[in-house]
Write a protein of this length. Structure first.
Lengths: 143, 143
DNA sequence: TTCATATCGGACAATAATATCCGATATGAT
DNA sequence: ATCATATCGGATATTATTGTCCGATATGAA
């Protein structure tokens, strides 16, 4: 469904949502360790998220990545997915036809449409805040 | 959503559903040409489908692949997807947690559950016959 | 100033998915 | 029997994704 990069991205953002703020930054080492991901690979992903202003970064000693708590309800999952995986998940024809469309649909078009719309709606309306609010009962990091 | 192999598999089955029967077989060359796929790669896929009795094959001169029309309403999409891609699409945690479950769900578990159930239901109830019945208005092959 | 600890960013490596090649075998038609 | 045309199946090649390495740069603290 999502690429591994995208999975790491979501996990990293959730980790920072819970464990960082304006004056508590987390190093890429901390993040990779927490979400059980390869450190250098994760670094690239965080750079992308930083470039797209999902997370903030501070260079140098005592630097690291962080998210302002006040932004947690403004970050929608769809934004993260879009940055890392693009919109292929919604728009690419399920059977791989280049010109599949409403006018000239593939045999699976109608059946898949509802599922994709539901997925898109869910990702669009779910914020990081929504995710961490259920944390008591949920897995969050490596386990 | 599906792997490329799985896309080819579904397209090949749809092609055979429309263009073959007990005494009209289609060579792997015909199939690959019709669905615009690499011939040798498609051959492997057809072998798998044949081994799993989704399609039938006849070796030798005038041989090829075919599907008995009477089977078209018995072949569900879920079967093809399962043979080629396995059940990862339904069962693997969307965030990649190894032990994500109902009891210990990942932060996205509930949100993704409905979408996956809908997908599974759709694939389980849709037969090849259903797909080709709408063929008048649909793209079927390379265009 | 120097140092330790960060991110940054380009080059490279490993793995998995996709694609190709080629010889072997099967079989109906001539 | 021979031939043309199929599938069969193993080995190899290519490409995309995932993962690693290392030097450069930034910056707060001693």
């Amino acid at each position: 469904m999502f690429s591994k990069s995208c999975e790491y991205a979501i996990k990293a953002v959730v980790y920072l949502a819970i464990n960082s703020d304006n004056d508590t930054k987390r190093s890429i080492g901390d993040i990779a360790n927490a979400i059980d991901s390869p450190i250098a690979f994760t670094a690239k992903i965080l750079q992308k998220l930083s470039a797209n202003e999902i997370v903030k970064s501070a260079k140098g000693n005592a630097g690291g990545y962080y998210i302002l708590p006040s932004n947690l309800s403004k970050i929608h999952l769809s934004k993260i997915v879009d940055i890392i995986d693009g919109d292929a998940i919604y728009t690419n024809c399920a059977l791989g036809f280049k010109n599949c469309s409403e006018i000239k649909p593939c045999p699976l078009h109608e059946q898949i449409k509802k599922i994709r719309t539901d997925l898109r709606n869910m990702l669009t309306k779910t914020t990081i805040n929504d995710l961490i609010n259920a944390k008591e009962k949920n897995i969050i990091f490596k386990n």
